[in-house]
Unconditional design. Structure first.
Length: 255
């Protein structure tokens, strides 16, 4: 644990394989209904110069007794505050789906509040903020939300078939969908950090042009990576995704 962290900070940040001598920290933000443990394989797979910080949102797993957060902006506020003790070295941000929107807002806060650009922003499985779609999954009944999650293969289907577990996780999933679907960022100056957009070529939630529109949101270097697969392409393409991030982070560290 970073000696300057507080109990509140550690509620948000999990380290599955700490690397205290790392040159850069990679902050991983989960998708709607996701948790920090989704990124445990990433923490084990990256080289030693990368320390992975996995974000745990309120309302799930060991934080399930806490009030749910249903706006991207409020999630970003919490993550930003929790990351401040970890900003003693460069921070990069990776977010998948809803997590990409949260990561974008966290990057905004670092640039606006601290004048510090992240080492990189990796936006995965999410259309650019300027590529708006009207979506209303969060307004469906419980069955409708479960069908949506199953169709994307984003949550273990065994969990979704267990009624007791389902009752525990559905409120968090609904709140996350509300956050993602009602997110309408205010116009602002683009970021200055390197930005890599990643998308599956068969993702029903994001087209390749919608992912490419992330280029509008930074004045820094931009790259678009298209992988085979759907919304959760990164499960099958984990090695290629990690390689993409590590290559960019090595460039950031080496200058």
């Amino acid at each position: 644990m970073n000696p300057s962290t507080t109990t509140e900070d550690t509620l948000w940040i999990r380290r599955f394989r700490p690397r205290p001598d790392s040159a850069v920290r990679l902050v991983c933000l989960p998708h709607a209904g996701g948790s920090a443990s989704f990124y445990a394989p990433v923490a084990r797979a990256v080289p030693d110069f990368v320390d992975v910080l996995c974000v745990q949102y309120p309302g799930r797993q060991d934080r399930r007794s806490e009030p749910l957060v249903d706006t991207v902006e409020e999630l970003a506020d919490g993550v930003f505050t929790a990351l401040l003790p970890w900003a003693d070295r460069p921070l990069a941000l990776f977010g998948h789906s809803m997590g990409a929107s949260v990561a974008f807002e966290v990057a905004r806060r670092f640039e606006r509040e601290r004048g510090e650009a992240p080492a990189a922003l990796f936006a995965s499985g999410r259309r650019a903020p300027s590529a708006h779609r009207r979506e209303t999954v969060h307004l469906r009944d419980d069955r409708g939300i479960v069908e949506e999650v199953k169709s994307l293969s984003g949550t273990d289907t065994q969990l979704l078939g267990d009624e007791e577990l389902l009752r525990m996780i559905l409120p968090a999933i609904r709140a996350d969908y509300r956050a993602a679907e009602t997110y309408a960022p205010a116009a602002a100056e683009p970021l200055t950090c390197p930005l890599v957009a990643m998308v599956g070529d068969d993702d029903p939630k994001v087209t390749v042009p919608e992912a490419a529109a992330w280029a509008e949101h930074t004045t820094g270097p931009f790259d678009l990576r298209v992988f085979p697969g759907g919304h959760f392409y990164l499960a099958r393409e984990q090695a290629a995704v990690i390689r993409t991030m590590v290559d960019r982070l090595r460039t950031a560290v080496d200058g």
